[in-house]
Design a protein around this ligand. Structure first.
Ligand code: PMP
Length: 360
């Protein structure tokens, strides 16, 4: 039976990428060493890292005055690195609280600067993205932080805020590479790798060069953007396997037609599931406002809560794996990152229809 992994991250990788890892790992092309054994200062790894950086820059159209950094510690390390690099302890930073991950980001930032919630969807149970005219921004904020896709709550910005002269900082961990982005609208973008980029252990940061030396930086050197930029992200031993896998994924994406092609496919995949939810006569419900529904994390509930466990059990029997919602939110969540094929989504939509017909 074919299985499909709907996990939110670590998530499924493109099967071709896994095949390539399998084929290349034991090989001796790199002077008798596998990629896991390469010194990071040697030519072998430097070429891998440079190619990954070049391909990512090409995929996203990263302008020349931005730097791409490969960093440690996942996205959570960036929750601290952003305020440590961009703000001082007394500086204000505005956060838009759209869900579980934005809340974690603002709480962590509060340890290092005057982090403020400039708008929040909490009162509505994080079911929509507050519109920009509801935001109470500080004109003198060091930056404004958004979470472009809330992985646990299933909502996504389908627009780019305009914060004027205040740099816009975005946690794009779960929708990075789901479609094209206008990088020039952001001061800084970061994303953990284990969803749409590759394997855990790596976070990608894209930062506008003028923000690198903005202030005397209190960040530890491994989290210091200037230090990492000056050393080509090799201030210390990088997560070499994660960088290698990211490079394979970027190469795969280029061969799929790039991010415009991915956006088209992702829209089709998520529309198929939202249709299955909306046409179920209330058997399934997605609490998120239609305009803000995520393309990559489709969250829903089964109207009769007691059926949820049965839904998950039967789905697993059908090879539809890891559909349980985030523990902070509950319900069901189907993560549809780039590696999830349309057949997987079709299989889930069919299963949902049959389950609803049987129990509805
Ligand atoms: N931000 C978002 C939007 C996430 O989805 C996650 C992980 N699910 C994180 C941050 C934290 O990532 P990490 O586990 O790499 O620290």
């Amino acid at each position: 039976m074919r299985t499909f992994n709907f996990a939110a991250g670590p998530a499924m990788l493109p099967p071709e990428v896994v095949q390539r890892v399998r084929a290349e790992l034991p090989d001796g092309q790199r002077g008798g060493m596998s990629v896991l054994e390469l010194p990071f200062t040697g030519r072998g790894f430097r070429e891998i890292a440079a190619a990954a950086q070049r391909d990512l820059g090409e995929l996203l159209g990263v302008p020349p005055h931005y730097r791409i950094l490969f960093m440690h510690g996942g996205a959570s390390a960036q929750f601290a690195a952003v305020p440590l690099n961009l703000a001082g302890p007394l500086d204000k930073a505005d956060y838009i609280e759209t869900g579980h991950w934005a809340r974690k980001a603002v709480r962590e930032a509060g340890r290092y600067c005057d982090a403020r919630v400039a708008a929040s969807g909490a009162a509505e149970g994080f079911t929509r993205v507050p519109m920009q005219d509801e935001w109470r921004l500080s004109a003198d904020a060091a930056y404004c932080h958004i979470t472009t896709n809330e992985t646990a709550n299933g909502l996504e910005y389908h627009w780019t805020p305009d914060t004027g002269g205040v740099p816009l900082v975005a946690d794009m961990s779960s929708n990075f590479l789901a479609g094209p982005i206008d990088v020039s609208r952001y001061g800084l973008i970061y994303a953990a790798a284990q969803k749409n980029i590759g394997t855990a252990g790596l976070a990608i940061v894209i930062v506008r060069a003028d923000l690198l030396d903005r202030r005397q930086c209190a960040a530890p050197s491994v989290l210091n953007y200037s230090v990492q930029a000056a050393s080509d992200s090799m201030y210390n031993t990088p997560p070499i396997f994660a960088v290698y896998v990211a490079g394979l994924v970027f190469d795969w994406l280029k061969r799929q037609g790039g991010l415009t092609a991915m956006a088209r496919i992702n829209r089709r995949k998520s529309a198929r599931l939202y249709d299955a939810i909306d046409r179920s006569g209330g058997f399934y419900r997605c609490p998120v406002a239609r305009a803000d529904r995520s393309r990559v994390n489709v969250c829903f509930t089964v109207a009769e809560g007691r059926l949820e466990a049965e839904f998950l059990r039967q789905a697993e029997e059908e090879g539809l794996l890891n559909l349980k919602g985030h523990s902070a939110v509950g319900g069901i969540r189907a993560s549809l990152y780039n590696a999830m094929p349309e057949e997987g989504v079709a299989a889930l939509a069919d299963f949902m229809q049959h389950f609803a017909a049987r129990y509805g």
